[in-house]
Write a protein that binds this ligand. Structure first.
Ligand SMILES: NC(=O)c1ccc[n+]([C@@H]2O[C@H](COP(=O)([O-])OP(=O)(O)OC[C@H]3O[C@@H](n4cnc5c(N)ncnc54)[C@H](O)[C@@H]3O)[C@@H](O)[C@H]2O)c1
Length: 320
């Protein structure tokens, strides 16, 4: 089984590639290695993957149709997992074009090539941000997602509807993955766990938006990749073979409680700068994961305490 993972040098792409390689899959990874955050972290993730004989890497930007097409033509993939994207809510306020290029044009290219090269199952990353300011919790897949609060969410919502139409017309089996605040080892430097840990360890002040009162359904990376591995084998068999799942832990926590756990593990207090809720930020996410459980008989299970401990152990080894 030949699998293409786009965004393989990214946080989730790296972990998913590694897990599938450990399960003996042949993995082709592509990534444009952009500079959104520390490029060395991406290169170091890649150097771990490159130790596997069945891993093949190409530096490709998914918004470049010609180059992407020659790659698809050459390799004849069975499965594609599209994780390449411009991520981040705050960055989308000042840099919307980068979301248009990677998330909308890039994803369109993936859809076209999945059609042309008859991909058996396409899975793609969406986000909990598509739920916008929904007030009813836990968030269920069938809830309305027509009011994205920022352009990042709008780009992912677009992916969902673009994918649905391709699935309808061309009968491509497609699965959307709405990730809820994923965290863990080799995590993203622009996300709370990384920033908080770094600031506390360096005795620097950290910015706490909304005074730490917003709520996130933090989901540990191994639970996310385990869910994807199980979903790969379970495309939809409906007439329109499109399906979408929340990938979240159904265990929401206030950001300030999340910060307290980090402080306890580091045995050090943070210095906080309290700020209002950022423009475009969602107040609360909380995944209903019943649909996921019914499909794969698995649920995210890692406790926040264990997940954060794993991250901090990794961080210490990596940076100290
Ligand atoms: N981490 C989370 O909490 C989270 C939550 C919701 C959704 N997501 C989505 O999951 C996916 C993976 O997220 P992540 O946290 O691993 O982010 P990441 O930024 O670590 O990984 C994305 C990777 O894609 C690459 N990339 C970006 N644009 C590209 C392009 N045009 N062509 C080729 N490669 C490109 C980047 O270089 C990066 O290595 C993204 O689609 C993101 O939007 C993540």
């Amino acid at each position: 089984m030949k699998v293409l993972i786009t965004g393989c040098a990214g946080f989730i792409g790296f972990h998913l590639s590694k897990k599938l390689l450990d399960l003996n899959f042949i993995i082709h990874g592509i990534d444009n290695l952009n500079h959104y955050y520390d490029i060395n972290l991406k290169k170091n993730r890649l150097s771990i993957l490159k130790k596997y004989k069945k891993f093949y890497f190409k530096k490709i930007d998914i918004s470049n149709f010609k180059i992407l097409e020659s790659n698809f033509k050459l390799n004849k993939y069975d499965i594609v997992v599209n994780l390449a994207a411009q991520a981040g809510v705050r960055f989308s306020i000042d840099n919307p074009r980068s979301y248009l290029n990677s998330n909308i044009i890039g994803f369109f290219n993936i859809l076209e090539l999945s059609k042309i090269y008859k991909i058996k199952h396409l899975l793609f990353a969406s986000t909990s941000s598509v739920y916008g300011d929904n007030k009813s919790f836990p968030l269920k897949e069938e809830f309305n997602t027509d009011k994205p609060l920022n352009f990042y969410a709008a780009s992912k919502k677009s992916n969902e509807v673009m994918a649905y139409s391709y699935s309808n017309i061309h009968k491509i089996k497609i699965t959307g993955l709405r990730f809820f605040t994923v965290y863990g080892e080799f995590g993203r430097p622009d996300m709370a766990l990384f920033k908080f840990t770094k600031s506390i360890k360096n005795a620097k002040s950290l910015k706490l938006f909304n005074k730490g009162n917003h709520i996130r359904d933090f989901t540990y990376i191994d639970d996310v990749t385990e869910s994807i591995v199980k979903l790969i084998k379970k495309p939809s068999n409906n007439k329109i073979p499109f399906q979408i799942f929340n990938i979240g832990s159904n265990n929401p926590k206030k950001l300030k409680e999340f910060l307290r756990i980090i402080e306890q593990i580091l045995k050090k207090k943070s210095k906080q700068i309290l700020l209002p809720l950022q423009k475009g930020d969602i107040h609360k996410t909380h995944a209903d994961n019943n649909k996921l459980y019914k499909k794969i008989n698995f649920l995210p299970k890692t406790t926040l305490n264990n997940g954060i401990k794993n991250f901090i152990n990794w961080y210490r080894k990596y940076y100290d």
